[in-house]
Design a protein around this ligand. Structure first.
Ligand SMILES: [Zn+2]
Length: 273
C-alpha cells in the first residue's frame, strides 16, 4: 500500500472519475509523480506533469484485472477507428508482404483457425517484454543486461487462418493473449506443467473458430515474408458465431438473440431424435 497525494486540478480529476464510475471499481494509472519518504513509508505526490487515467487498456492494467475478476473491464482506446482499417482477404495480405508501401499498416482480416502451432509461449524478462536466454537455472536479458533466477512466460501463440482465398500465419502476443484468453500466460504455463510445447486446452480450443482480426504488417514481415503477422486485436463474438452456424437452419422467424438461442437448442434437440 502506498499513499498518494493529488494536488489542485488533478485532485478534481479524481473526483470526476469517481463520480463517473460510481458503482464500479476503477483501476487508476498515475504518471509522473514525485516520490518521497515520510516516517519510513514511500509517499507519492502529483506534479505539474501528472496524468490520471481510469481503466487504461495497457498490459499492466489487464494483468491487474486478471488477478481479480470483480474488477471492471478496461475501456478500449483503439489507435485507429475501426472504419478506417481496410478489410482485405488473406491472399491480398500475403501479396502485401512483398509491398514496402504497406509497411506498418493495420488491416482487418477474417477466417477460420486451421491449426495452432506448438510452442505457444516464450520465457520473458520480468523487467521488459523481451525474450530471455535460458542457461540452466538462470535467465539473461540482452536488453536489460541482467541475469535473473526468475522469468515469466509470455504469449506468442502462432496459428494459421484460412479464408476462401488463401492461408496466412499470425501470432497472438502478450497483450492481446491476456485479453483474449483471460489469463496471464505465466499462470497458464504453470497450470500446463511448465510446458511450452504442448498446447493448454484454452489455446487449443481456438482451432475451427472463426476470428476477425486486426493485424499489423511490419517492416520485419516485409523483409521476412515467412514470419507471422502480429495480431493487434481479436474480435470474436460467440453469439455472432452461433448466429452464423445457424444460418442454414430454419429458426421459425426468431428475431431476438434469446429467441434464436432457444430455437437453436430446439434444433439441436430435433437433431438428436
Ligand atoms: Zn529485460
Amino acid at each position: 500500500m502506498v499513499k498518494v497525494t493529488l494536488w489542485g486540478s488533478i485532485g478534481k480529476q479524481l473526483e470526476d472519475i469517481i463520480t463517473r464510475n460510481e458503482r464500479t471499481a476503477v483501476i487508476l494509472t498515475i504518471t509522473s509523480v514525485f516520490v518521497d519518504e515520510f516516517k519510513g513509508e514511500i509517499c507519492l505526490s502529483s506534479t505539474g506533469a501528472t496524468q490520471l487515467k481510469a481503466n487504461l487498456d495497457i498490459p499492466e492494467v489487464l494483468e491487474f484485472k486478471a488477478r481479480d475478476s470483480n474488477l471492471p473491464a478496461p475501456v478500449l482506446l483503439p489507435e485507429v477507428p475501426a472504419a478506417e482499417i481496410p478489410k482485405i482477404s488473406l491472399a491480398q495480405l500475403n501479396d502485401f508482404k512483398s509491398d514496402e508501401a504497406q509497411n506498418d499498416k493495420l488491416f482487418s482480416v477474417e477466417g477460420m483457425v486451421t491449426q495452432v502451432r506448438p510452442n505457444w509461449c516464450y520465457m520473458g524478462c520480468v523487467a521488459c517484454p523481451r525474450k530471455v536466454e535460458e542457461d540452466l537455472e538462470e535467465y539473461f536479458c540482452g536488453h536489460c543486461k541482467t541475469t535473473s533466477r526468475i522469468a515469466k512466460a509470455k504469449y506468442r501463440v502462432k496459428f494459421q487462418l484460412k479464408d476462401g482465398t488463401g492461408e496466412a500465419d499470425f501470432a497472438i502476443l502478450e497483450h492481446e493473449g491476456l485479453r483474449f484468453f483471460g489469463v496471464m500466460a505465466d499462470e497458464l504455463f504453470q497450470s500446463n506443467q511448465r510446458n511450452k510445447e504442448s498446447l493448454p486446452p484454452q489455446i487449443h480450443q481456438i482451432v475451427n473458430m472463426t476470428l476477425k482480426l486486426t493485424v499489423k504488417l511490419t517492416e520485419f514481415n516485409i523483409m521476412n515474408p515467412q514470419t507471422e503477422i502480429s495480431v493487434v486485436s481479436i474480435d470474436h463474438d460467440p453469439l455472432q458465431q452461433l448466429n452464423k452456424d445457424l444460418c442454414s437452419k430454419d429458426l421459425g422467424g426468431a428475431t431476438s438473440v434469446e429467441q434464436k438461442m432457444e430455437a437453436a437448442f430446439d434444433c439441436e434437440a430435433d437433431d438428436q431424435k
